[in-house]
Design a protein around this ligand. Sequence first.
Ligand code: ADP
Ligand code: 5GP
Length: 208
Amino acid sequence: MKKKGTILLISGPSGAGKSSMIKELEKEIKDIYFSVSVTTRAKRDGEKEGIDYHFVSKDEFEKDIKDGYFLEWAKVHDNYYGTSLKHTIQAIDEGKLVVFDIDVQGFLQARKKLDDLITSVFITTPSAKELKSRLLKRATDSKETIQKRVQNAYNELALAHEYDYFIVNDILKNAKKELLSIAMASRAKTSSINLDNFIKEWSQLDIK
Ligand code: ADP
Ligand code: 5GP
């Protein structure tokens, strides 16, 4: 049965474990499309163009804003981040589960435009101390950047009540299971299914 396109929108502080959890979804769900954002932030060691992000200059990003390229965009920790409108619409038309990893400002913009299609999830660590410790261990950002990210986490957490679901990523294995359950439940919503088509096909296969 072909599903309608839907959006699983994930937010949470940088370092909460969003990317680690999304990787699991990509292994388990077939018709998934991870929305690769555009950013002006510097590429981290191990990140790949077109896989983790599309890395562009500030001028290119500002031109894309003017050209109406983005479904939503925001400035996060002094860098621009944005989601392509065209690629999102294409994936929705193909009936995919479209996954966004975007900040709370982006969530509020996307919700204004595509509320009916969105299931939203906020992910965080058990504490600020644990967030800082994970960012230090990940060792991809300077001490100053880490300080900024932890500070920003307080502002983001204050908006967590706007989301449909809330996950504390304490034990990664358990948190991955929780996210997978939410993703699967979002795909089983009646609003995600072409019920009229299903009923028509179902009736044609009448045993009489
Ligand atoms: P985000 O995408 O939210 O910025 P990452 O997935 O990059 O976060 O995770 C941040 C760091 O924390 C990574 O080094 C990752 O391996 C680690 N991590 C993720 N989940 C857990 C967990 N439950 N316990 C301990 N470390 C974790
Ligand atoms: P990072 O630099 O750690 O990859 O991401 C920093 C923050 O930017 C995270 O909160 C992440 O969710 C957010 N982010 C990533 N892509 C987008 C996007 O396309 N739009 C918005 N609004 N935020 C994004």
